[in-house]
Write a protein that binds this ligand. Structure first.
Ligand code: DX5
Ligand code: ZN
Length: 224
């Protein structure tokens, strides 16, 4: 199965005083990426479930919740129950078997995502990933928008793509961090199919055009 690219603008780069308007500015997006940070798993603090629930009321774009938090087992199901399309937890933050979280997320009607920091090995999680729908490969250290893309994460994207194409895994392969007009083609050629872009979308004069341009670039690179 070959799917088209999904573009997921990250609200981390939006104006937090105007979240509803900022969500409307990216109405052409496939998913809206919602970065939850707890000042423990990462050295930054953003927003949580009440804000996600409020956003759900004002945007038709499916929410893609990226939980950069400790104790994801405790908090992740709430985002699924609130109606998120995809909820991603960090493998490094799980204290038990991440498959238990995946089951809870799917039972609540969401896609289940597992995120790996740039240094985290994919091979360690191959069995676990059987029960996930999304693999988020970080292409920056999690915590902040506007950082430079880490190309060293691309072999992990390639390996994941091989495993999906050979039928060993069934997953969206999402990349997050430093994705922009200069880097999206490399990520797409390596095999990603979901592209998070914060500063590249919200930093553009016209976010709608930026999304369309990124989608076209990714689509051409995926086919090539
Ligand atoms: C970083 C977040 C990203 C961030 C990406 O920890 O997970 O989603 O918003 O921002 P850019 O696209 O600016 O790197
Ligand atoms: Zn993110």
């Amino acid at each position: 199965m070959h799917r088209g690219p999904l573009i997921a603008p990250s609200l981390l780069s939006a104006d937090f005083a105007r979240l509803a308007e900022e969500a409307h500015r990216v109405a052409g997006a496939d998913w809206l990426h919602f970065d939850v940070m707890d000042a423990h798993f990462v050295p930054n603090l953003t927003f949580g479930l009440p804000v996600m629930q409020a956003l759900q009321e004002v945007t038709p774009v499916p929410l893609d919740c990226h939980l950069m938090i400790e104790e994801p087992e405790r908090w992740a199901p709430g985002y699924a129950e609130a109606g998120a399309r995809n909820v991603t937890v960090h493998a490094e933050a799980c204290t038990g078997d991440p498959r238990a979280v995946a089951r809870d997320l799917r039972a609540a009607g969401a896609l289940a995502g597992l995120a790996l920091k740039p240094e985290t090995s994919l091979d360690h999680y191959l069995d676990v990933l059987q029960e996930f729908d999304t693999l988020l490969i970080m292409t920056v250290e999690p915590g902040f928008g506007g950082q430079d893309f880490i190309a060293e994460a691309l072999p992990k994207v390639r390996r994941a793509r091989e495993l999906v194409d050979s039928g060993h895994l069934t997953l969206f392969i999402e990349v997050d961090g430093g994705i922009n007009a200069d880097t999206i083609e490399q990520a797409a050629e390596a095999g990603a199919d979901v592209f998070v872009a914060g500063s590249a979308v919200y930093g553009a004069d016209d976010p709608t055009r930026a999304i369309a341009a990124l989608r076209a670039q990714a689509g051409a690179a995926m086919r090539g």
